[in-house]
Design a binder for this molecule. Structure first.
Ligand code: NAP
Length: 304
């Protein structure tokens, strides 16, 4: 689609994951002129899952296929999808200015749905094994490792919650923490140490990912020694990073850097909405992102 340098829309959605696409479906079906800007690929974090089994209506679907179905539905109701990275979001007299490298969009309302990124270990082959043994979401992918040996990396509350969740599914769960110190509460760490199928490895780092086409094991550094660990799944739980550098507005964030929204998904700035993983909430799933998106899209109705 060839847009000129300055474009107008009723609503601009930033981010094409499940939250953004759902917001687009709801806003478009209400007759609004909506542009969605995605920097890379539609589907967000969900598109990394090779099998999604907890999205109602689909017993088993890949993240890629689910995102594609959402895209088809959104485009069918008139959503305009553009692939461009947003470099600045600012406020204007009539609403907002959303700047990409080549185009500046002016919109009466904006929905931020850019998700957040799971922190990576930064190891060789990490990308290659993602979805083939490496996961960044235990509650999304844990079920695919029934009766197998898995490991969780991290020492915060997410890692502990992941271990807790995986003990009910996997045969054995290793928790790998790079120091003796856990960021998670002491009580929580003590609790999971009591599980028979948990082994906690402290002062331990993952040095190498092993396997042919699927992840089969890890080479670890335990203190000054080396150890090989045979596992089928590695859950990386070393934190997430909300990335809101492009927002040049005084947004209210929680202490972890996620956007605080009201019940209509409106942020602390009027007519600026946010939905999905970038918002402050507890349960980050595709279905909850879609629900957020529906509310944000619906809240934009009446903008004309
Ligand atoms: P987090 O608290 O920031 O912990 C990240 C963990 O990963 C730390 O143990 C850190 O180790 C480790 N780590 C970071 N980079 C690493 C690397 N490159 N290699 C190996 N280990 C690495 O992250 P989180 O657990 O996702 O929690 C985020 C926030 O949400 C926290 O404040 C947490 O309390 C909160 N949260 C709350 C709940 C709850 O209330 N139920 C649940 C989940 C999360 P170091 O300590 O050595 O840096």
């Amino acid at each position: 689609m060839g847009y000129n340098k300055g474009m107008k829309a009723d609503v601009v959605i930033i981010g094409g994951g499940p939250a953004g696409l759902t917001a687009g479906i709801f806003a478009c079906r209400a007759g609004l002129n909506v542009v969605l800007l995605e920097k890379l690929a539609l589907g967000g974090q969900a598109s990394l899952s090779y099998k999604i089994a907890n999205y109602p209506g689909f017993k088993d679907i890949s993240g890629f296929d689910l995102a594609n179905k959402m895209r088809e539905q959104a485009e069918a109701v008139g959503l305009k999808i553009e692939y461009a990275e947003v470099c600045a979001l600012t406020q204007t007299k009539i609403g907002f200015s959303v700047k990409t490298k080549d185009v500046t969009y002016s919109a009466k309302k904006v929905i931020i749905a850019c998700g957040c990124i799971a922190r990576k270990l930064g190891l060789d082959r990490e990308k290659e094994f993602t979805g083939k043994g490496i996961s960044y979401c235990a509650s999304c992918d844990g079920n695919f490792f029934k009766g197998k040996d898995v490991a969780v990396v991290g020492g915060g509350n997410t890692a502990i919650e992941d271990v807790d969740y995986l003990t009910k599914i996997a045969k054995k769960v290793y928790l790998i923490n790079r120091t003796e110190h856990f960021r998670a509460g002491e009580h929580e760490v003590r609790r999971i140490k009591k599980y028979k199928n948990v082994e906690v490895l402290t002062n331990t780092t993952v040095k190498q990912l092993l396997g042919e086409s699927l992840l089969e094991g890890l080479e670890l550094k335990v203190g000054n020694a080396k150890r090989k660990l045979a596992i089928s799944g590695l859950f990386v739980a070393i934190g997430h990073e909300p990335n809101l550098d492009f927002v040049k507005l005084n947004l209210k964030l929680d202490k972890f850097g996620y956007i605080i929204v009201d019940e209509n998904k409106q942020t602390s700035v009027k007519n600026l909405f946010a939905c999905g993983d970038i918002t402050s909430k507890k349960f980050r799933q595709i279905i909850t992102a879609c629900a957020d998106g529906a509310i944000a899209g619906n809240a934009c109705i009446g903008v004309k």
